[in-house]
Design a protein around this ligand. Structure first.
Ligand SMILES: [Zn+2]
Length: 459
């Protein structure tokens, strides 16, 4: 086990431990961190599906927590499969019976079948064609890359967020404008086949996914260990992300950013931006060149490869949002950039050498400072929208030339020069962040436990 007194910003020491937390059982990770908790009541997002429904959720929670214990104590015998699949599948079938629509019930029964017998293409293909209102998922689902590379028992339930899903639909109307924009950035950039995206409100979380910190989205079936499936969908939790943006990114922006506009996450003009930010990040993962392959970089430095892929998704994504969608959707690019920089601060505040996406956000801030697009004054970063956007375009071209061209050497050098190994550039900011605990959301779920449930023991 790593030293409990270690520093969440000690990049080299943390990186040396990455992926080696298989024995870790505490609710909090990284293990040295004290968290400030942001409460999120999931009950207010739960559909009213009758008096039996909470008891059925409690049954699923108990089955998942037994699986989690088993995985920690005995390991996972068969990848992607539970030790006692029948217990989880039975709880899912019981829940399925209470779901509001035929589509919801069908999707939940297909997922119960996958739990019991494993995924087949037939199941994935039918699931891809179903647009559920309420979604129920259970599996050995990916946790944090720096914590454990295996999936661990997790179950969640969420309900479509109609307002935010409408924002997604409006942005997708302007999808045809994205490819011409990318080719103006760099001649042979294209956008690959995009996965489906569901904006939803989370109302149940159990197992590994209920520990800290929380994920704001799961990418299925890849996060369930099924790679290269043509049927992909992101389940994004608007309520979890909104709590993090308001409770963590907002206060950090107030303290450490001086931009031409203030980041005001409660203001109506920011209502759709976090959802579109996550959507555009997902799309950013599919920006590619004919030569794009991460094989050489994976072989040279797997961590750097994962970090740079997140950086590319962030940079291309936020440029698509700020430069293609914002104007057409009635949003100000200055607000998009304020959101983006506030989120950079939140990710960096989780620590370095633990999370590839946090190291990636550090790289972006460090790059923007080094090219003069952000001006440091002590721990504060000052900038103007148009200059930050120009800095992001510059980084996008560098990523296209190195990372997306499959040039492992220069890509690894980009990571060394601008990533957390170069500690000097953002040292005053990191010193301030170190003095503050990281923040994480805590789910209140009294509606998903019954008095006799094993879930009580983990409250
Ligand atoms: Zn990503």
């Amino acid at each position: 086990m790593p030293d409990r007194l270690s520093d969440r910003f000690d990049y080299a020491a943390n990186l040396a431990q990455a992926g080696r937390y298989r024995q870790h059982r505490a609710a909090f990770w990284p293990p040295t961190t004290t968290y400030d908790l942001i409460p999120v009541e999931l009950a207010r997002h739960a559909p009213d599906l009758g008096p039996e429904f909470p008891a059925a959720l409690a049954q699923l929670r108990a089955a998942i927590e037994a699986e989690w214990d088993h995985a920690k104590n005995q390991g996972i015998a068969q990848r992607r499969r539970f030790a006692v699949p029948n217990a989880v599948a039975t709880a899912m079938r019981r829940l399925a019976g209470h779901l509001p629509t035929e589509t919801d019930r069908r999707a939940a029964l297909l997922r119960a079948e996958a739990v019991e017998h494993g995924y087949e293409d037939r199941i994935l293909k039918e699931l891809a064609g179903l647009e559920e209102e309420v979604t129920l998922v259970a599996g050995q689902i990916s946790t944090w890359y720096g914590k454990d590379l295996r999936g661990l028992p997790t179950a969640f339930a969420c309900r479509r967020d109609e307002d935010r899903q409408a924002d997604v639909a409006r942005a997708l109307e302007f999808l045809p404008e994205v490819a011409p924009y990318l080719s103006r950035l760099h001649a042979d950039l294209t956008l690959g086949d995009l996965p489906a995206f569901g904006a939803s409100e989370l109302f149940f979380m159990a197992g590994e996914g209920d520990l800290h910190p929380k994920h704001v989205a799961y990418f299925l079936p890849e996060d369930e260990g099924v790679k290269y499936s043509p049927f992909k969908k992101t389940y994004y939790f608007t309520n979890t992300h909104a709590a993090l943006v308001r409770g963590a990114s907002g206060p950090l922006a107030d303290e450490f950013l001086a931009l031409d506009v203030a980041f005001e996450p409660e203001a109506e003009r920011f209502a759709s931006i976090p959802t579109l930010g996550v959507l555009s990040h997902e799309f950013g993962h599919f920006v590619q060149r004919p030569a794009t392959s991460f094989k050489d970089l994976n072989a040279e430095d797997r961590w750097a490869s994962v970090v740079l892929q997140e950086v590319a998704a962030d940079v291309f994504g936020i440029l698509i949002l700020a430069e293609v969608w914002a104007g057409r959707l009635g949003l100000a690019s200055a607000d998009v950039i304020a959101y983006y920089l506030a989120e950079c601060l939140r990710y960096v505040s989780r620590g370095l050498g633990h999370f590839p996406d946090s190291d990636g956000m550090y790289l972006q801030l460090s790059y923007l400072v080094q090219v003069g697009a952000l001006e440091p004054a002590g721990a504060r970063l000052a900038g103007e929208t148009s200059v930050v956007v120009a800095g992001l375009r510059s980084l996008a071209r560098v990523l296209a030339d190195f990372l997306l061209a499959g040039n492992a050497g220069p890509a690894a050098k980009l990571y060394r020069d601008h990533g957390p190994a170069n500690a000097e550039v953002l040292a005053p900011l990191v010193a301030e962040l170190r003095a503050r605990p990281a923040r994480s959301v805590e789910y209140g779920q009294p509606h998903t436990t019954s008095a006799t449930s094993a879930g009580e023991s983990r409250q």
